[in-house]
Design a protein around this ligand. Sequence first.
Ligand SMILES: [Cu+2]
Length: 501
Amino acid sequence: MRENDRPALLTRRQILASGVALAGTIPFLPTTPATAAPERRTAKLRLIAGTRTLAVNGKPARVFGLIGPNGKPGIALSPGERFHVDLVNQAGTSTLVHWHGQLPPWKQDGFPWPQTPPLPAGETRSYDYAPIAGTYWMHSHVGMQEQSLMTAPLIVHNAEDTRADRQEVVLMLHDFSFQTPEELLAGLTKSNGGQSAMPKAGMSEMKMGSASMGAMSSGNMGAMNMGFGTAMDLNDVDFDAFLANDRTLADPAVIRIEPGGRVRLRLINGASSTQFWIDLGALSGTVVAVDGHPVRPVRGARLPLAMAQRLDVLINIPGNGSYPIVAQVEGKGARTGIVLAAPGAPVSRLGGEAGEIAPPVDLSLERRLAAVTPLAPRVPDVTHRVILAGSMAPYAWSMNGEYWPNVKPLMIAHGQRVAIEMVNHSMMAHPMHLHGHAFQVVAINGASLAGAVRDTVLVPPMGSVTIAFDADNPGRWAFHCHNLYHMMTGMMTEVRYPAII
Ligand SMILES: [Cu+2]
């Protein structure tokens, strides 16, 4: 078992303990005090889009990777450091990387618009913008490369991180299949085209008679009864493995932590089509940020994490033991995770299957969240209503009846306060992501709240969520479901507005 295998972000504590000189060698470490100028120029970093081989379930798996300047996946920036990056395409195919949740000018967003086409193999493209601090991630927005792990953490430290003296642990989740993404998509859409409904490939659904999950059994994978005779669909794809920092629970990453120490756990759901319940086990945590944006502290040990979302959780390590951090797939027993362990502590093994099936990921945490820095009070200038619809058979998903790329842009105007009410007419939850903006969750199922500021929110089956944001970053912005297979079969549109000259 290899320790701290990846994504290895050395902590300030570790560096201080090691006595290693800091200057220049490890770009994400703060080398200046908290008062660093926000626009401080730093050396350009190299991010290599390439390929690598993982061992999954004892078999080699060729996947993509995004390798940063320290040879590890992803990038971590110091307080005040610009996102000044050369994306070097060594992947052998064209690609383009989206800096999920960041707020760059639209032509640096990494979405393949006609004006910003994919980067051909062998070429390099430069990026330079002022990042916002927090737990972010990056992923290809070309085809289905994201499913093949063209994904990595993007951590932007702030001055408070520098002062906090907490060990940082990044836990990035993935879903993995030995089939190609194209094969997985073909399996989902094979019943389309006027054929009679086929059994849904790899589809898992389940029945639930009530809110009690104890009533369910794994052999009863039908539709999840929502109490009024309808069914809820989960887990379109039947994956071969679920990865935490590229490893399964059979051979997890073990991260050594200080007994009695303090940890900032940065959770990233980089899975293409899977939602998880995070289980801190014997530990309890305090959620302090979602999608990189601070929230008022919320305590919890079991936390839902929709696709593309992030959670920052503060954990105080109680003793010198071994503490698994587990992520269990909604609607399944399958789980993955990492182990936090004190030096010398024996690492107990967990099986890859939990004894019970996890319930669907829901808005129980979302309802409790409140942004530390909410939007300024203002009545929306415009409210758009977007209907989310689709089904498993035929397998197709839409926004306002339109299927990407055949969509009319949702036009707004620079300077507006915009509200978008997303109404889900389907039996599946949709993690909706708007590029280039941080929005506030302002209503759930019609009930107002002053919720979290974030970039991805789950809209539950037959439910609605309203978001609000200020139109302060003009351009062309993708707005889509972050379930890759929903996006690939239509569930994406464009939010567009020109700059005021
Ligand atoms: Cu969706």
